[in-house]
Design a protein around this ligand. Structure first.
Ligand code: NDP
Length: 456
């Protein structure tokens, strides 16, 4: 890339050029391109104000992962047949601490998905104010329809390779789609056996008796609702008496539903990758927990015990349900421009991203153009990784906090992220734009630390 001359080329030209370079270097990795485009566009005001970031090539460096690892994961299924999957770990940025970010097991996982998630994780982790770098990993392994023993054998094989690259002060994975406490347990067991030491801090999201933290399971969903609550409060709104639609019915979704209901909302729809249920009298969370956390069933079975509810076999249709607040908590790009227009037409007041990058850039722009309050994922779903960091702190100091202690800390962290993002949006001339505010706060903390650590 040619050297930039700020006298003749403006910052936007530099950013556009760098974005084109990212596309050339990572061809056909469309999710990565999308995540980078959103962040780069938000950073123009901060680069204009601080040309040192350009001189030091911070953006050029931050977008290139420190390390990207792929590996073979062979395992034997219940029929005795050898299966082969691909494993990934991206160690994106370690300026602020050990790499930290979840593992996703889903057939859609590829290099682009892992890199986009890792890139976003860098800024999200910085936003929490904790001392953690950014990473992400996973596999195209599909846990659906696999027996417990198959999942265990897969996790053991995956960890046999991953263990060479992680450690409590090096890289600390956690869960994500398809990776919950069960998978973390199998992964931790294999790591312990391979290393011959009890390093509880190597993974977070563990079961309590393996060194897990109370409140970690609930943290992302609760944190999302705490963040959105702050955003609503500023406009004199609240969850109380609101109708809320929450996509997904996994970890993030279930605990977002729980907290929204506790705050007086009625959650009227949720979904899985097959379809959605609409229950005008309010989704019964005990039924969803039983179906998803205990029986491993599809959400369509909800209507068996709740005949007043309606099931539609089209998961994107959930955004046609009129609501006050919409919380996309399933997966990337689940909320597109068509769905955004429908939500706006139906009078939605606020969107809170529980999933990573669930809203397309066009949909996000549409919400903002129509004055719909918008809580971006990097800020709004940072509660999970924040409590993971608290789990690491408890592991290394061998203390154990109560659920209430963790919840108070989580709430403070989410309030603080909201305030910092709002303040930055004002300081840089985009008052109330939390997408720009959050990206800037995350970037500045990482960028300043990278500069302090020299060109490495
Ligand atoms: P889970 O695996 O627990 O749940 C995922 C939910 O989303 C399930 O209901 C699943 O349906 C649905 N889903 C998954 N893939 C798709 C798809 N391609 N299309 C439609 N629906 C889909 O994952 P989590 O709840 O942990 O994660 C959800 C989102 O939140 C992800 O974007 C993740 O990166 C993000 N996140 C998670 C954090 C955490 O702490 N767990 C922290 C921060 C962000 P089905 O059961 O049919 O697959």
């Amino acid at each position: 890339m040619h050297a930039i001359n700020l006298e003749t080329e403006n910052v936007q030209t530099y950013v556009n050029h760098l974005y084109e370079m990212v596309k050339v270097r990572n061809p056909s990795e469309v999710e990565l391109h999308q995540a980078v485009k959103e962040v780069f566009n938000s950073l123009v005001p901060v680069l204009v104000k601080n040309p040192l970031y350009i001189k030091q090539r911070v953006l050029d460096r931050i977008v290139e992962p420190e390390r990207f690892i792929t590996f073979r994961v062979p395992w034997v299924d219940d029929e005795g047949v050898v299966q082969v999957n691909r494993g990934y770990r991206v160690q994106y940025n370690s300026a602020l601490g050990p790499y930290k970010g979840g593992l996703r097991f889903h057939p859609s996982v590829n290099a682009s998905i892992i890199k986009f998630l890792g890139f976003e994780q860098v800024f999200k982790n910085a936003l929490t104010g904790q001392f953690i770098g950014g990473g992400k990993g996973g596999s195209d392994f599909d846990p659906k329809g696999k027996s417990d023993m198959e999942i265990m054998r897969f996790c053991q094989s995956f960890m046999t390779e991953l263990s060479k690259h992680i450690g409590p002060d090096k890289d600390v994975p956690a869960g994500d789609i398809g990776v919950g406490a069960k998978e973390i347990g199998y992964l931790f067991g294999q790591y312990k056996k391979l290393k011959g030491v009890y390093e509880a801090g190597v993974l977070t999201g563990k079961a309590i008796d393996s060194g897990g933290s109370l409140g970690r399971m609930e943290a992302t969903g609760y944190g999302l609702v705490y963040f959105v609550e702050e955003m609503l409060r500023e406009k004199g709104l609240s969850f109380e008496n609101s109708n809320v639609v929450i996509s997904g019915s996994g970890n993030v979704s279930i605990y977002a539903m729980e907290k929204a209901i506790q705050l007086g909302a009625t959650v009227i729809a949720c979904s899985d990758s097959s379809g959605y249920v609409y229950d005008p009298s309010g989704i019964n969370l005990d039924t969803v927990k039983r179906l998803k956390e205990v029986e491993n069933k599809r959400i369509k079975e909800y209507v068996i015990s709740h005949p007043e509810a309606v099931y539609q076999p089209n998961y994107k249709g959930i955004w046609n349900v009129p609501c006050d607040i919409a919380l996309p908590c399933a997966t990337q790009n689940e909320l597109d421009i068509k769905s955004a227009n429908q939500l706006i037409k139906n009078g939605v007041k606020a969107i809170g991203e529980g999933a990573n990058m669930p809203t397309t850039i066009e949909a996000m722009d549409e919400f903002q153009a129509n004055s719909v309050l918008f809580a971006p994922a990097k800020a709004a779903n940072a509660g999970g990784v924040a409590v993971s960091s608290l789990e690491m702190a408890q592991n290394s100091s061998r203390v154990f906090w109560t659920q209430e202690e963790v919840d108070v800390k989580l709430r403070d962290i989410m309030k603080n992220i909201y305030k910092k993002s709002m303040d930055a949006s004002q300081e840089y001339g985009y008052p109330g734009n939390l997408v720009i505010g959050a990206n800037i706060v995350g970037f500045v903390r990482v960028a300043d630390t990278m500069i302090a650590q020299g060109v490495i």
